[in-house]
Design a protein around this ligand. Structure first.
Ligand code: SF4
Length: 452
């Protein structure tokens, strides 16, 4: 009896004779990387939702969240039984945790065949061929300074989606003291704009209408490229070619690099949706300094003020860390004050947790777990109240909603401001932009009805 075993499995269209099951953990960038892997394997593998019938299982890991290693080991433990039953099964671990563990992974999990970091994934077909030819325990975790993101000249492996992610750059040069990304994804590398334009064209042909450009710090897009373009230049180029066909979003933007030109784009570009995710992390300047964030709260607020004066309807969301080493009760109160001042539509808040190999691991004045939990609960309570009040402002208004899919007996769509809207209606509306009357705001979503 076959069973659908992993909830993180992504379904892709593919045509090869063998079968592959890709499991994706973590961020949007990993989702994009898994799609790239499916694209690279398309000629040889078709995707299967069933672990039991796979010839190849790839686990795309993420180390941003806590306990990533533990999660990986427990999944690999389950897969060991599968490999015993089917010794020809190949198992590959990819992504950030693979980059961190490298060959050490084989010591604990000898049934794994392949360990590939984020840069190595583009060599997947070559590495799999080497495995077939009898090579064992292959690792590709080198982070190259001269790495370029290759263009994959193959059809996009997923059809029917209205939204898509598109990586425009990889890596990060910022070295925030809590973050593992620069160590596992390497330095910033941007993709040539022509590659991005071609990919957008392909997505539009497949019916995609809402595209999120991805990068660890999109504001530094273009550095090191052999063309004279920066991030606002890229947005304008996309607007000129496809402005009428798509909604455009981006994430993530570092507050220190949010330029006046980029802020102006929210007013000038029709395709750019009125939503900015601007991670602040803390409301205290001394904590920001220890985090190596290179901005002050005053400078951050000034940028938001300019943005809101140019684009009053913009939705603002953020990321927050509570209990960073040395965060006093007073520092925490400053974060609470910031929430009241900015009134974020949504905030993704986490307790600080150590990432081995990052500078913050060696910082003194650790905040006890119990205190971290207390602060997180206080913060979430305040933000839930503010978020609901922000969402309630849309009650009684008519907003443009792109209908993205069906959930149960309802349709689900998204406003330009990135609010999720549940709507009554028929599935033929999927893919269409409708005017929707908002009847009720809930925590993190809205309920509405289509205006005819
Ligand atoms: S900007 Fe900071 S938090 Fe973001 S990926 Fe780079 S190092 Fe990590």
């Amino acid at each position: 009896m076959k069973s659908l075993v992993t909830e993180n499995h992504q379904v892709f269209v593919s045509k090869g004779p063998k079968k592959c099951h890709i499991i994706t953990f973590g961020c949007q960038m990993n989702e994009y990387d898994s799609k790239t892997m499916a694209q690279l394997l398309m000629d040889d593998y078709q995707q299967t939702p069933f672990l039991e019938e796979a010839d190849l299982i790839l686990i795309n890991t993420c180390s941003i969240r806590e306990k990533a290693e533990h999660k990986l080991y427990s999944l690999l433990g389950r897969l060991k039984r599968l490999k015993k039953r089917n010794p020809t099964l190949k198992i590959g671990v990819c992504g950030c945790v693979a980059q961190q563990l490298g060959e050490r992974l084989f010591e604990r999990m000898a049934h794994v065949d392949l360990v590939i970091g984020p840069q190595g994934l583009y060599r997947l077909p070559i590495l799999l061929k080497a495995l077939e030819e009898g090579e064992k325990h292959i690792t590709d975790t080198t982070l190259r300074d001269d790495f370029d993101i290759p263009f994959i000249d193959a059809p996009l492996p997923r059809v029917g989606d209205v939204r898509a992610y598109l990586t425009i750059m990889q890596g990060c040069n910022n070295f925030c003291t809590y973050c593992i990304v620069p160590y596992v994804r390497g330095r910033e590398v941007s993709r040539p704009s022509e590659h991005i334009m071609k990919e957008i064209e392909g997505l539009i042909e497949q019916g995609v209408k809402d595209i999120t450009l991805l990068g660890q710090n999109v504001n530094s897009y273009g550095r090191g490229l052999n063309e004279n373009i920066d991030f606002t230049g890229l947005l304008k180029k996309i607007e000129k070619a496809f402005g009428k066909d798509i909604r455009l979003r981006f994430t993530t933007s570092h507050p220190k690099d949010l330029s006046d030109e980029l802020i102006d784009c929210f007013k000038e570009l029709q395709s750019l949706c009125e939503h900015l995710h601007l991670p602040v992390q803390s409301g205290s300047n001394s904590v920001l300094k220890r985090m190596n964030r290179h901005y002050t709260i005053e400078a951050y607020l000034e940028k938001l003020e300019k943005l809101r004066s140019l684009c009053p309807e913009i939705t603002i969301t953020t990321d927050l860390i509570v209990g960073f080493p040395g965060e006093s009760r007073d520092d925490f109160q400053k974060t609470m004050e910031l929430l009241k001042k900015v009134r974020y539509d949504q905030a993704f808040a986490f307790k600080y947790s150590e990432r081995p190999g990052t500078p913050a691991v060696n910082f003194g004045q650790k905040v006890p777990e119990e205190e971290k939990s207390k602060r997180l609960n206080e913060l979430l309570e305040l933000q839930n109240q503010i978020g609901l009040e922000q969402y309630k402002k849309l009650e009684g208004k008519v907003v443009e909603v792109l209908v993205e899919g069906v959930k149960g007996d309802q349709l689900v769509g998204r406003t330009r401001g990135n609010h999720i809207v549940n709507i009554e209606g028929e599935s033929e509306l999927v893919g269409r932009i409708m005017n929707v009357y908002i009847e009720k705001a809930c925590h993190h979503s809205l309920n509405g009805k289509v205006m005819h």
